[in-house]
Design a protein around this ligand. Sequence first.
Ligand SMILES: C[S@@+](CC[C@H](N)C(=O)[O-])C[C@H]1O[C@@H](n2cnc3c(N)ncnc32)[C@H](O)[C@@H]1O
Ligand SMILES: C[C@H](CCN)[C@@H](N)C(=O)O
Ligand code: SF4
Length: 368
Amino acid sequence: MQTESNVFYLPEVLQHLVSGGKADRNQIKFLLNLSHDADIEKLFESARKVREKHFGDKVFLYGFLYFSTFCRNNCRFCQYREANHALPRYRKNESDILAAAREMADTGVHLIDLTMGEDPELFSDGDNGFERLADLCGQVQQETGLPVMISPGVMPENALKMLSHAGVAWYACYQETHTKELYSRLRPGQDFEARMDAKRNAGKLGMLIEEGLLTGVGESVDDLATSMEMMAELDAHQVRVMTFVPQEGTPMSDIFPSNNLKERMIIAVMRLLFPDRLIPASLDVDGLDGLKGRLDAGANVITSIVPPKKGLAGVANNSLDIDDARRTHDSISPILDTCGLTVADIGAYASWVNAHMKTRMTVGVQDK
Ligand SMILES: C[S@@+](CC[C@H](N)C(=O)[O-])C[C@H]1O[C@@H](n2cnc3c(N)ncnc32)[C@H](O)[C@@H]1O
Ligand SMILES: C[C@H](CCN)[C@@H](N)C(=O)O
Ligand code: SF4
C-alpha cells in the first residue's frame, strides 16, 4: 500500500478502509491531502459505500433549538461572543421552547438539539440554574417523546449528573481543534482539558458524546490527524466538522471564507475512520444548497433543522434559509431523493440511541 517514498496507492488505501481496516496517521494525512478531483471523488464514493454498509439508505434529522444566545465567553470565531454588543440576543421562555420543540417533532425530526451560549444568567445561578436546565430537557423529552441533545458549553460534573438523571441522551461540546495552541487562539481563556474532561465525564455517566471540529481556521493536516486520533480516543458517537463562517464584529471577521471542499473531505475521512458513527451534514454553514455535497461525502445526519418564523437562530449563519422554510423536513426531501436516501423511522433512531447508551453505560461502569 505504501511505496518506499512513503506515497500511498489510493485504491489500496481505500479498499483497506472500506473493508474495515484501520487507518494510521500517515494514511489519514494522505487522504486529507488529496488534490485531484478524480481522487477526491473516489474518496467520496468509498465513504458512501461505508455509510451504506452501516446505515443502508437511511438518514436522521435533528431539530435545532437555540434557546438562549447570551454567552459569557469570547470565542474569536463566534458572533455570539460576549464582546459583540451590537448583536441582538434572545432568551426563549419555557412555553416558546416547548412549542417550537413540538412543532419540530411534528415535522418528523428524530432528536431535539437544545443549544445555548454559556448564558451568564444560568451559570451564575449555580445548581438552581443547572436544575432548571435539566428540568427543561425532561419537559422537552416528555412533550415530544424524542431524545434530547444538550449543547450548553462546558458543564461541571454535578450539572452533567442532573442532565443524565433527566434522561438527556447526548452531550455536545466541540473542541474545534485538539492542537492546544490553535485552541487557545480560537477559545481564549477557556481551559482545553476542562472542555475535554466535560465530554469524558458525560461519557462516564452513560451519555452519548458529540465531538466537533472547525475547518478554515488555519488548522493543518497534522492538526486534523490529531483530532481524528482524539475523537477515536473519546469514542465519540457523533463526530462533525463545520467550515468556519467569518462573522462581523469578531476578531476573525477578516479571514477569507473557505469553500466547503475541505469540510466534505473531512466528513468522508471521518466516515472511513468511524464507519458506524453518526456524522452530520449541517444546514448551518451553506444552508440547503450545501446539503447534497455533504451527504455525498458520507454524512448521515441532517442537522440544524429550524422551523421558520419562530425567531430561532442558527449558529454559523443566524438566519440563512430559516424564515423561507428551507431548513425544514419538506425542503430537504427532494435532496434526499437525488441522493437515493430516505428518512429513517423514529423508532430506528431511538433504538440506535438506546443500544449505544447501554454500551456506554456498561463501559461507564467499568470506568469507575
Ligand atoms: C453549538 S454552538 C453553541 C454551543 C456552546 N455555546 C458551545 O460553544 O459549545 C457552538 C459551536 O458552533 C460552531 N460555530 C460557532 N461559530 C461558528 C462560525 N462562525 N462558523 C462555523 N461554526 C461556528 C463551533 O463549532 C462551536 O463549537
Ligand atoms: C452547530 C449546531 C449544533 C449544536 N449542537 C447546529 N447549528 C448544527 O449545525 O447542527
Ligand atoms: S461558541 Fe459557544 S461559548 Fe463560544 S462564544 Fe459562541 S456561544 Fe459562546
